[in-house]
Every structure is written in C-alpha cells, then in structure tokens.
Design a protein around this ligand. Sequence first.
Ligand SMILES: [Zn+2]
Length: 161
Amino acid sequence: MLAGSHVVVGIAAWTWVAPHLGLPPLDPRALALTTIGALLPDIDHPASWVGGHLRVISRPLAALIGHRGVTHSVLAVLACLVLLRWQGFSRGVIDPLVIGYLSHLAADLLTSSGLRLAWPLPQRQAIPLCRTGSLSESIIVAVVAVWAGLAILRLHPGVGL
Ligand SMILES: [Zn+2]
C-alpha cells in the first residue's frame, strides 16, 4: 500500500487497539508514534516515503534483501520489541510503534504482492483484495477510515460536535 494508506490504517488500528490496552486512542504523541511505526517497514524501498527520506538505509536494504523482506516479517516485529524494551522505552512508546508496524504488515497482506511474514522462508502470504495504488486500495482505506471514525465517535461522543 501507499504511505498515506499506511498512515490511515495505522491510526485506525491504534484507535481500535488503544482502549483495549488502557491507553488513550487520541493522544497526539501515540498517534505520531503509530504513524512512524506504520511507515517504518517500507524503509526497504528507496521509492517509498520513508525510504526516500532515509536512502542511506533503504538503498543497501533494497540491494541486499529486496522489498518486503525482513522488514515485513514477524522477525522484524520481534526484533523491534526486543530492541525497544532493551533500550528501556515505556509501553507508551512501544505499544503505538508496534501497533503501527503490525498495521503496515496487515495492510500489505491485503495486496496482491503479499509479504513474507516468516522471512527468511520464501513463501509469501497474501489476502489479495487490492493492488498497491489501485482504486480498490483507496476503497479499503476509506472503509477503514470511516470505521475508525465511527469507533472514535462512539468512544468520545463530544469529538464530533
Ligand atoms: Zn510495505
């Protein structure tokens, strides 16, 4: 999916998960961290939004591993969790980053290209509902955004007034 789609899906995922974790769904800091997490996996693609801003990382990753390799795997999620905990970050940082990251993997799973969740194993997983950048991607993201908006209004009725 495109960067904008990942941001919307990530924020939607956070607004859904945060109350279940006892965290505020509309906290700006958490939403920013979720957005970072939702964009981070595409650091393996120099033409992506994050990869374009961090070419010193994205070019070698793309050359060595390719797009949707290790950064789009369960191994990457676990490595992020271990690294963040080892560095002493709180749940207020770790949870939104990881939820954003997981939302990216879930969104890419819906594309026809799929991803290799069990990297380095070669098998790709996909629930091919759309192609990246297609109208069907926009429709899926719009449905997710409306669903998240309705969930926020249900939790915080005053937001819509
Ligand atoms: Zn991706």
